[in-house]
Write a protein that binds this ligand. Structure first.
Ligand code: HEM
Length: 191
C-alpha cells in the first residue's frame, strides 16, 4: 500500500499543531512566574492547573514533533542544517518539558517550598528559551524569520549553520549525570 497520500495530507498539520505546545508552555511559564512571586489566592488556584497544563503541552508537543517528519523526506530534512537545527531544538524542548512534568508530578505540593520555587522559575525560563529557539528556527524554515535569530547570532550561533554542542558541554552533561543523582541520594537519605 502506498502511504504517500497520508503523508501529503498530514504535512500541513505541523504548522497547525505547533501553536499548542508554544502557547501552552508559554502559559505554564506565566503561571510559574505568578506562583514564584505570589502566595495569593489566584496564584494558588493557577498552581493547581499546572500539571495538567504541562501534560497537554507535552502531548501536543509530541504530536507536533511527529507531524514535523511528514513535511519532507528524511533525506531532504537531514540535508538541511536549518531543519537539523530545528529537530535538535524540538528534541530539547520536548525532552525538557517532559522532565519538568515528571518533576512537578513527583515533588507535588513541595514544589513551592523554600528555594524550590526559584529552581522551578529558573527551569520554566530555560524551557521557554528552548521553545523560543525551536519556534524561531521553524519560522526560518517556513519563511517567517524573526529578529530572535539576530540575538542568537550575537551570542555566536547562526541558525543557518549546523549547531554543534561544544565538547565542554558534553563533559558538563556527563558530570551532571554523575553528580546530580548523588546529590539527590544524599538529600533523600537526610530527609
Ligand atoms: C516540539 C516540536 C516542534 C515545534 C514546537 C515546532 C515548531 C515549529 C514552528 C513554530 C514552525 C513555523 C511554522 C510557521 O511559521 O508557519 C515550524 C516549521 C517547520 N517545522 Fe517544526 N516544530 C517541531 C518539531 C519539528 C520536527 C521534529 C520536524 C522534523 C523535520 C519539524 C519540521 C518543520 C518544518 C519542515 C517546518 C517548515 C514547514 C512548515 O511550517 O510546514 N518540526 N515548526
Amino acid at each position: 500500500m502506498n502511504y504517500d497520500i497520508f503523508i501529503r495530507l498530514l504535512a500541513p498539520y505541523h504548522a497547525v499543531l505547533v501553536h499548542f505546545p508554544v502557547a501552552i508552555w508559554t502559559t505554564v511559564t506565566m503561571v510559574v512566574v505568578l506562583r514564584a512571586f505570589s502566595d495569593g489566592v489566584l496564584a494558588r488556584a493557577a498552581e493547581r492547573i499546572l500539571p495538567l497544563l504541562v501534560l497537554l503541552g507535552v502531548l501536543s508537543g509530541l504530536a507536533a514533533f511527529v507531524a514535523g517528519f511528514f513535511i519532507f523526506s528524511l533525506t531532504a530534512a537531514g540535508a538541511s542544517p536549518l531543519i537539523r537545527n530545528h529537530i535538535i531544538a524540538a528534541s530539547w524542548s520536548l525532552g525538557y518539558w517532559t522532565v519538568f512534568l515528571i518533576s512537578i508530578w513527583r515533588i507535588g505540593t513541595r514544589t513551592w517550598e523554600g528555594t524550590n520555587r526559584w529552581i522551578m522559575l529558573a527551569l520554566a525560563l530555560l524551557g521557554t528559551l528552548f521553545i523560543t529557539v525551536t519556534g524561531t528556527v521553524g519560522g526560518h524554515i517556513a519563511g517567517n524569520p524573526t529578529s530572535v535569530s539576530m540575538m542568537l547570532k550575537m551570542v555566536g550561533w547562526d541558525v543557518y549553520d549546523t549547531f554543534f554542542v561544544p565538547d565542554a558541554m558534553l563533559w558538563a552533561i556527563v558530570a551532571g549525570a554523575v553528580v546530580l543523582p548523588i546529590i539527590g541520594w544524599i538529600g533523600r537519605s537526610r530527609a
